[in-house]
Design a protein around this ligand. Structure first.
Ligand SMILES: Nc1nc2c(ncn2[C@@H]2O[C@H](COP(=O)(O)OP(=O)(O)OP(=O)(O)O)[C@@H](O)[C@H]2O)c(=O)[nH]1
Length: 361
């Protein structure tokens, strides 16, 4: 009888993993956001649906306090079909409104994108309607790097006023570096009045129009929990050069094994906890073999991660979402993220420790 497969119950120690990715343009972006706040009517705080707890950045809550907020989960399409998690997550945030968008750009996703973006536009139109302003309604969109802010802006603009792409998007974090001046996503009543009948029905106007301000992604100053850093890296919030790709792929394998080992069944004969075995299997199947038939494990690891990021190696969450766990998770989250000065101190200590270790080696 074949031995039954036992997935790893925990991921091996990550003690010396880099835990920071807080860059100059993150800090300056945050400062600029604060100066803009007085002219902003609503903050859309984006979080990645696959990591609803880990992609929370308390810097936003601190810096943008006092403003009306909508928590928007992006990449909903990458989190599986189960809708129970959506209900639980919305409960966490109540009375703050919570919405979910699917902005995947693969074939067949157009209908679900339209539906989710349409729902969001209705919400924003209503928000503007209730606070009617001749000068236009201004919304700022904030979130961690690579969470999908610029993609969202483009989708809202396309569906809201029928105009083409304005913001650059990309598979790596840090594509948006500067805060723009605001892009129209819903026409003003005057704009709508001059449209033909078909466009009038399609792009309903409101007050002085609705404008969206895109911002650069801002990372958490210091992530004391190493596993959280792995999750953020896997979701693309951290540049791929920061964490060794094979280690990241191994972390993905650990999650896949807990969810369903058949997700990678086409590459190896059976479930495995050995990342090298899986990478070699993938390399053979996809022709990623170097000189002498040896697998390019690093390149294959990057390929595997990218495949998961685009929803082609299973769609599932990396954070545990549970009603019971909510208070515990919220508390843990609060304590998890220290202020920028505390973070600097912790970073200095980590650097000292690392150089001490290098000295001993
Ligand atoms: N499947 C899926 N992919 C998405 C979604 N939203 C964004 N993406 C992808 O995620 C990547 C990052 O999107 P961006 O819009 O550039 O992210 P950003 O938040 O503006 O990134 P920064 O410039 O780092 O702030 C791109 O490859 C997008 O195609 C989504 O809802 N579903």
């Amino acid at each position: 009888m074949a031995m039954s497969f036992v997935p790893r119950a925990a991921f091996p120690s990550l003690a010396h993993l880099p835990r920071s990715y807080f860059l100059g343009h993150h800090k300056s972006g945050l400062q600029k956001m604060k100066t803009l706040l007085s002219s902003i009517d609503l903050v859309i705080e984006c979080r990645d649906y696959r990591v609803p707890l880990t992609s929370r950045n308390p810097l936003f809550e601190e810096s943008l306090e006092g403003k009306e907020r909508l928590v928007l989960y992006t990449k909903r399409d990458l989190g599986g079909r189960d809708t129970k998690n959506e209900e639980i997550i919305a409960k966490w945030h109540a009375p703050t409104p919570t919405m979910f968008v699917r902005n995947g750009n693969d074939e067949g996703s157009e209908a679900s994108r339209r539906k989710s973006v349409g729902k969001l536009l209705d919400f924003l139109r209503e928000h503007a309607q209730q606070r009617w302003k001749l000068v236009g309604h201004r919304i700022i969109v904030v979130g961690m790097p690579n969470v999908g802010k610029s993609t969202l802006l483009n989708a809202l603009r396309a569906h809201g006023i029928g105009k083409g792409k304005v913001a650059k998007t990309g598979a790596q974090p840090g594509v948006t570096r500067k805060i723009g001046s605001g892009v129209k996503i819903i026409p003003s009543e005057d704009d709508a009045a001059s449209m033909d009948e078909t466009s009038k029905k399609r792009y309903k106007g409101v007050g002085g129009g609705v404008y969206l301000v895109d911002t650069p992604g801002v990372f958490i100053p210091y992530v004391p929990d190493a596993e959280a850093m792995m999750k953020l890296a896997l979701c693309g919030s951290v540049k791929d050069s920061i964490i060794p790709p094979v280690m990241l792929a191994d972390y993905l394998l650990y999650h896949m094994n807990l969810i369903d080992p058949t997700l990678y069944a086409e590459y190896v004969p059976g479930p495995t906890n050995d990342i090298v075995e899986l990478l070699e299997g993938i390399a053979r199947k996809t022709g990623r073999l170097g000189k002498g038939g040896k697998a390019d494990t690093e390149g294959t690891a990057l390929w595997m991660i990218q495949k998961w990021r685009t929803g082609n190696l299973g769609a599932f969450l990396l954070d545990k979402v549970s009603e019971e766990g909510l208070e515990v998770s919220k508390l843990a989250e609060k304590e998890r993220v220290p202020s920028i000065s505390q973070a600097r101190k912790a970073q200095r200590e980590m650097r000292r420790e690392r150089s001490k270790m290098r000295g001993q080696a």
